[in-house]
Design a protein around this ligand. Sequence first.
Ligand code: ZN
Length: 283
Amino acid sequence: MQWFGRRESDNVDDERGGGGGRLAIGGGVLGLIAAAIYFFTGVDPSAVLNQVATNQPARQEQTTNNGPEDAGKHFVRVVLADTEDIWTKLFNDMGRTYEKPRLSLFRDYVQSACGNASSASGPFYCPGNSKVYIDLSFYDELKNRFGAPGDFAQAYVIAHEVGHHVQNLLGISQKMDQARSRLSESAYNKLSVKLELQADFYAGVWAHYEQSMKKVLDKGDIEEALNAANAIGDDRLQKQAQGHVEPDSFTHGTSAQRMYWFKKGYETGDINQGDTFGNGDLD
Ligand SMILES: [Zn+2]
């Protein structure tokens, strides 16, 4: 992806160095995290909280010099700027206004409007304050643990979270919240998969315009994103973690599904073709 020296978004908050503050660990936090945060991959909320609790006493003061990570910051700002331009155009085409999300760069853990989270949870979107959260160390994890290197794999992560913001603006997140109260856990998980696949579809639509409107894709970029989508499917992650898969507990979709919807978005560039829910799922 050609990103160096291009326009950078002003909507990035660098929250890596300072304060962090004290974390309130309690039952309510788990509820909040489970209710209204949209993660990039399936996570176990209890594991996230344990991680937060374990990390807390060990936290050290960070210096304000972020060194080599600043390249990462520029990259994130450029990718976010591209999502702003592309979604502004697509919303205009629908006769709507795109309200830009903010993005927080954090380190180790963060207090979001949706509750506390640690880096262990991976990147996420909080609809409560329309903000994307990412610890740049996830990019090392993406490359080394998930085997998905490349700048466009990294861009896809942001585009997926921005996809959740698009869902928020289109009223889909609110419908999900309503559905949660009346559904069993496994029924809600099925709905969650559809929501996540649509975020992947929107990321694919964004990639389509990176190509046709921005002309910034390099050879192999789409393969990088598809490789990442393949690496983070629920079936694959569960198999790696526990040796077997439990489809009822899927929240993000299989590797095949995640690749399918990203690719469909990329090939069509048509947001009307992203109805992963089918008829009536959210009514
Ligand atoms: Zn997601």
